[in-house]
Design a protein around this ligand. Sequence first.
Ligand code: GDP
Length: 173
Amino acid sequence: MKTTTSCLKVLILGAPQVGKSALTVRFLTKRFIGEYSSGTDCTYQTMFRYEDAALKVEIVDSASNSVTNNNKTKEIEADAIVIVYSIVDRQSLKQAQDLLDQVTEKAPFNTPVLLLGNKTDLEHRRQVSHDDVILMTHQYQCRHCEVSVAESYTAVDRPMQELLTEALLNRRL
Ligand code: GDP
């Protein structure tokens, strides 16, 4: 297996309390940990294996609800972006849409974006309609999935692996 020195950067964005930290830790450790002290960006490193290559991945669990830390002129520096909303928080979908607007404006056009709805274990409290989200994914041409970070590791791992694969293939173009 070839280990390359280049690194893929993944940015995790979304409204507060939607489960960004839970998602990041679930993906990295397979474990669900209930409570996190948010407030600052946290950066983690892991390895991504694809075919015969192994690549470093840097995951930034962003505490800010802006793609470029409020610097309006800067371009987004990321190879892939995950925008998280909570299916039980309609406002979080609005914030996700704001973030999609910022990404459209500031990221290279082929940056893969995953719009991830969390907390499907709370289906009985759903505030976000499937139709609204489908409209958004068509409008922004992004990937989409809904998961329960609390309940399933594989449901989180699969779309993340697909996103990383797309980011890696972009690098090779
Ligand atoms: P962040 O502010 O977006 O990073 O959100 P956190 O990861 O800190 O999670 C906020 C709260 O949502 C915590 O109380 C988590 O335990 C909870 N949470 C995260 N994922 C899930 C989930 O899939 N289902 C449920 N019911 N709660 C979750």
